[in-house]
Design a protein around this ligand. Structure first.
Ligand code: PMV
Length: 363
C-alpha cells in the first residue's frame, strides 16, 4: 500500500520587510524548521486526518467529500473556486477562522481537485506535524500547504509522470498557493515559494520571485519574543508615518531596498571569503534593524534581543512585521557553541523562546 512522507521548510524575511509593501526588493530564506507530512493508503474508504499541532483529528467517508471534475488546465490548478470553498466550509463545520478549520479546508480543497478516477474511492490516513511556531511570521501555514500539496500530488500519481524537477516544483508551488489562498485570502506567494524552492529568494511586488544566486546557508538563533503582533497594524503604522513625512520615510525605504540588493551582491561577489561575507551580512542586519526601528516597528522585547546579543558581539534584527514576533541573530562561523548557549540562556530568562536553526536549506 503506498505511503509517502514529505516535508517542507518555514521561511524568514532576511531583509526588506515593510519596504516591500512600497515596491522595494526584499529577501527571504527557508528555515531549518519544517512541517512533516505522512500519507498512507487504507484498504477501507475512509479519510482520517490528524493535525495534532492544531488539535484536529477527523474522519470522513471518502464518498462524502466533494470532488471536482478534471479541469482543462490539468495538471495545474484552476482559478479559485469559491463555491467549492463554501461547500467545504459547511462540510468541515468547525467555524471559519480557526487554524484548525482553515487547515482542514485547505487540505480538502486540494483533495477535491487532485483525486483521479482511480484514487477517488481509496481511503488514506493523513498526518502533519511541525516544529514551527504558528502565527509567528515564519510561514508555518505555507509550509503546511507545501507538504500537503506534495503528498496529495504524489498519492494521486501527479508527480510520477516523467515531469522534470523544475516542473514538479512549479506544480507543487501552484497547488500550495491555492491552499494558502484558502487559508489567507490574498497572500503574496512568497511564503509558499520559499517553502517549495528552499534556499533564499529576492522578491518585489508584482514581479517573479527569483532564487538568490550563490546563496550560502547561514546559521541563526531565532528568538520568538512571544509578544503578539498583527502585521496589518504594523503596516498601517508605517503607512501613517510615510503619509506624514514622505521626504523622511521614502529615503529610508530606498535604503532598505539597497540593503536587499547589497545582500544579493554579497553572495555573488567573487573573492569574498566566508568570514568577510558573514561580517558584512551582520553589518546589513544591524543597519536594516536600525531603519525598521526608526520606522516604528520595533518593540522593547525586540530591543532586548538586540541588547543581549550585541553584548556578546552578535548582530540581530527583527524579522517580519515587527511590533513583537521574532528576531534573527546571525551566528557567524567563528562564534563558539558556548557563546550561543549563553545568549540563549539570557534570552530564555526573559521568557523568550529560542531556536537555533539554519536559513537557506532545501525546499
Ligand atoms: O509578519 P510577516 O512575517 O507575515 O511579514 C510581514 C511583512 C511585511 O512586509 C511587513 C508585510 C508584507 O505584506 O510584506
Amino acid at each position: 500500500m503506498p505511503s509517502y512522507f514529505t516535508s517542507s521548510p518555514g521561511k524568514v524575511i532576511l531583509f526588506g520587510e515593510h519596504a516591500v509593501v512600497y515596491g522595494k526588493v526584499a529577501t527571504a530564506g527557508s528555515l531549518g524548521l519544517r512541517s512533516y507530512c505522512l500519507i498512507q493508503s487504507r484498504t477501507d474508504k475512509t479519510v482520517e486526518v490528524s493535525l495534532p499541532d492544531v488539535q484536529l483529528a477527523r474522519t470522513w467517508s471518502i464518498s462524502d467529500i466533494p470532488r471536482q471534475d478534471q479541469w482543462t488546465g490539468y495538471p495545474y490548478p484552476p482559478p479559485m473556486n469559491f463555491e467549492l470553498l463554501d461547500q467545504l466550509t459547511k462540510f468541515v463545520d468547525l467555524g471559519t477562522h480557526t487554524n484548525r478549520s482553515q487547515a482542514a479546508i485547505a487540505l480538502l480543497y486540494l483533495h477535491s481537485y487532485l483525486t483521479t478516477d482511480s484514487t477517488a474511492s481509496q481511503g488514506y490516513d493523513f498526518s502533519v506535524r511541525a516544529n514551527l511556531p504558528v502565527g509567528a511570521g515564519l510561514g508555518s501555514s505555507a509550509s503546511y500547504c507545501v507538504c500537503v500539496a506534495t503528498a496529495l500530488l504524489q498519492l494521486n500519481g501527479h508527480l510520477s509522470t516523467g515531469l522534470d524537477k523544475e516542473t514538479q516544483r512549479d506544480l507543487i508551488n501552484q497547488w500550495a498557493f491555492q491552499a494558502e489562498k484558502v487559508i489567507h485570502g490574498n497572500p503574496s506567494g512568497i511564503d509558499n515559494t520559499v517553502s517549495t524552492l528552499g534556499g533564499a529568494v529576492m522578491f518585489k511586488k508584482g514581479e517573479k520571485i527569483e532564487p538568490m544566486p550563490g546563496f550560502q546557508s547561514l546559521r541563526f538563533l531565532l528568538t520568538n519574543t512571544r509578544v503578539p503582533r498583527e502585521t496589518q497594524v504594523q503596516v498601517a503604522n508605517v503607512r501613517k508615518l510615510r503619509e506624514k513625512y514622505p521626504n523622511v520615510v521614502d529615503p529610508m525605504l530606498d535604503s532598505i531596498n539597497e540593503i536587499s540588493t547589497s545582500c544579493k551582491q554579497l553572495f555573488s561577489q567573487e573573492g569574498l571569503d566566508r568570514s568577510q561575507l558573514l561580517t558584512q551580512f551582520g553589518e546589513l542586519v544591524d543597519v536594516n534593524h536600525g531603519l525598521l526601528a526608526a520606522l516604528g516597528v520595533s518593540h522593547p522585547a525586540l530591543e532586548k534581543v538586540r541588547e543581549i546579543s550585541s553584548k556578546l558581539g552578535l548582530k540581530s534584527k527583527l524579522t517580519g512585521a515587527g511590533g513583537g514576533g521574532c528576531a534573527l541573530t546571525l551566528i557567524r562561523d567563528d562564534v563558539s557553541p558556548a557563546t550561543v548557549e549563553v545568549v540563549k540562556q539570557l534570552l530564555e530568562a526573559e521568557g523568550f523562546q529560542c531556536m537555533e536553526t539554519s536559513v537557506g536549506g532545501p525546499g
